[in-house]
Design a protein around this ligand. Sequence first.
Ligand SMILES: *Cc1c(COP(=O)(O)O)cnc(C)c1O
Length: 402
Amino acid sequence: MEWNMGRSPQGKLPDEIFGKELIRYDYRPELIPSAETTDVGMWRYRALLPIDEQRVRFPLPIGGTPLRAAAALRSRLGLPRLWLKDETAGAISSNKDRATALVLEIGLRSGASTITTSSTGNAGVATAWGAATVGLSAAIFTPADCDPEKVAVMRAAGAHVFRVARGYRAAFDLSRAAAREFGWLDRNTGANPVTIEAKKTVAFEIWEQLERHLPDVVVAPVGDGPTLVGLAKGFHELRACGMTSTVPRIIGVQAEGCQPLVRQWRGLPPRPPETVRTIADGIRVPVPAVGEQAVRAVTDSAGAFVAVSDDELRSAMAYLANDAATASEPAGAAALAGARRAMWKSFVDAGETVVALVTGKPFHGGAFSGRPGSEALISGDLDEFREVWRQVRAHHLEHFVP
Ligand SMILES: *Cc1c(COP(=O)(O)O)cnc(C)c1O
């Protein structure tokens, strides 16, 4: 075998991109499933996940999402080798399924009883539904302006939802503080490195679905960053295992009204969080949890960051619906909008193989019953939360703690 091709040796992950906090493995070819392996979905890659060989307990199908070659969309955009990696095809309709499932799987193995996360919406929906499916309680912290339909879906699954007046960053800090204080399973994206382990499996699937070839470019929306950092880690692990010799260029997409990493990548100063405004709630994140790693991963791959307007998001949603029969929400269509913009800016050539992630669509949930959730509007202060939580427990929680 050839070692030391390119900038970082096979068998190793480049610390200068990923830092030292992320999970490492003893990389070798046997960790990648052979083409004959019949396991489907995310657990196919369990040799590169932080779980042992026990039977998987999480009951919903996870990962193994389709890579679509939408002909009408290809000709409309002038990208004849465009592929859509459709993450909305999973059990809970967003790119939050994988991380939720892996954190819950680890929690089930260690006997956790409550899971918490902060969320702009979809991570909360996935966590509420995943927790309900396996009989755990869920405490979800959202910004106060979280989409009411998403809050309703969380509650329908029995989650306790805390809408935090001080916004998403405060919700993130409070969820983490509560996890430490009450010993809850912490699913906070990026902060828990397991979330990145789950999301990297998208890269493995893309490579396998392209018959063990890499695309030239992968386009991903960026909110907190784990989707992009996970992709990059997955491609670097394929290389570390000796499957590939390069990694694709990665293009990160943010909304014009919330583009901290686009600005950082261009060397511009950050804008104050209160100026944030976009219809794409899934990427409305003024202070991304793993922003530094995301910028380093994009730069290392010779990729780029682009920002798209709300109008471009709306057209991308319409293209996905009309040309690819794929429903999406604004953040879910952001990568496609970003692929168009990247073409205009010559970050992508028409002849290249381009994979755009579709990351979310509206999820209405089904009929859960007997697990009444709760909802409270709080400031973001830990002392106040302790008191609210005491009351929630006193009045509701005993009905459905497993
Ligand atoms: C969370 C989310 C994203 C962004 O993912 P990050 O890993 O936070 O960068 C993109 N699209 C949708 C629909 C999301 O819910």
